[in-house]
Design a protein around this ligand. Structure first.
Ligand SMILES: NC(=O)c1ccc[n+]([C@@H]2O[C@H](COP(=O)([O-])OP(=O)(O)OC[C@H]3O[C@@H](n4cnc5c(N)ncnc54)[C@H](OP(=O)(O)O)[C@@H]3O)[C@@H](O)[C@H]2O)c1
Length: 277
């Protein structure tokens, strides 16, 4: 990657010296880790970035919208934002270079950014197909590849965010390409776990069920169609409700803890049991 770094939001990061033993106990990682979360400006990515930061880690959140990245970082001095489109040709190098510049290291990469959009096959044009495949599958591939050396230096962890709707032998009418990309990502999680183990890199996945991400789905976080959709899913879910972003974040963080190192290639469904019905 050539040229100067883009301006990263002016959030103050904590330094190693200010973390203290309390944060060591909280992270369980022994020191302040560097975390990269794509799609960290909203929803599950925002909750994940904040959960890592609350544990005393430093976090780089990546997304295309400066305003939402700023909101994620509000009140969390350990979070910095990078405005970038993960599908841009220079994005993988840019993200890794920025992470090394502002975090100093990459212990965890959370491939969370995603492009959604229900389309039956008959209505799927090339542009939409490329958007979904690029964002949901190719971007994580190229970013993870770009981050291999820094991750290996830290014996790091890659967390791929899949979807419980794409687990196992399920089908997903009208959302096939999204589901195929997520199923592909799960396959990569298993494959990379084996392939990257000799480098000391661990690869795991979380497959969220339907999660109420509120903002962006109406002025009050509750446009009627989205609310109806959530109600319908809640009624079909053994746990009786949809998920919360913080609940997904908790699992993502736990899977990166030292105590979790024996989990490798694992994709954890967190969906209130919906995928079992
Ligand atoms: N919510 C659910 O019900 C649910 C269920 C199963 C799985 N998931 C998965 O959970 C993850 C998080 O989704 P979410 O529910 O939190 O939805 P979300 O709020 O829409 O989050 C997606 C994020 O990705 C970012 N993004 C999209 N395209 C991008 C691009 N080209 N470059 C950079 N950033 C991009 C978006 O920010 P910008 O638009 O600002 O770039 C946004 O912050 C996704 O992988 C999703 O597939 C969600």
């Amino acid at each position: 990657m050539r040229g100067p770094l883009p301006i990263v939001q002016g959030m103050t990061t904590r330094t190693e010296g200010t973390e203290g033993t309390d944060s060591v106990a909280r992270t369980g990682a022994g020191d302040t880790r560097g975390i990269v979360v794509t799609g960290g400006g909203t929803g599950i990515g925002r909750a994940t970035a904040r959960a890592f930061a609350a544990g005393g880690n430093r976090v780089l959140v990546v997304g295309r919208t400066r305003a939402t990245l700023d909101v994620t970082a509000e009140g969390y001095p350990g979070i910095q934002g990078l405005v970038a489109d993960v599908t841009a040709p220079d994005a993988p190098d840019l993200i890794v270079r920025t992470a090394l510049s502002v975090l100093g290291r990459v212990d965890v990469l959370v491939n969370n950014a995603a492009a959604m959009g229900y389309r039956p096959l008959a209505a799927l044009d090339r542009a939409e197909a490329e958007r979904q495949l690029h964002t949901n599958l190719l971007a994580p591939v190229l970013l993870t590849r770009a981050a291999l050396e820094p991750l290996a230096e830290r014996s790091g962890t890659v967390v791929n965010i899949g979807s419980s709707g794409a687990l196992g032998l399920r089908s997903w009418p009208d959302n096939g390409l999204y589901g195929a990309a997520k199923a592909g990502l799960d396959f990569l999680t298993r494959t990379w776990a084996v392939e990257l183990a000799p480098r000391g890199i661990r690869v795991v996945g979380v497959a969220p069920g339907v999660t109420d991400i509120g903002a962006g789905h109406g002025p009050d976080g509750g446009d009627p169609a989205y609310r109806d959709f959530l109600k319908g899913i809640a009624a079909r879910t053994p746990s009786g409700r949809v998920g919360r972003p913080e609940e997904m974040a908790w699992w993502i963080v736990q899977l990166t803890r030292p105590e979790a190192v024996y989990a490798n290639g694992t994709v954890v469904p967190v969906d209130g049991g919906l995928s079992l019905t």
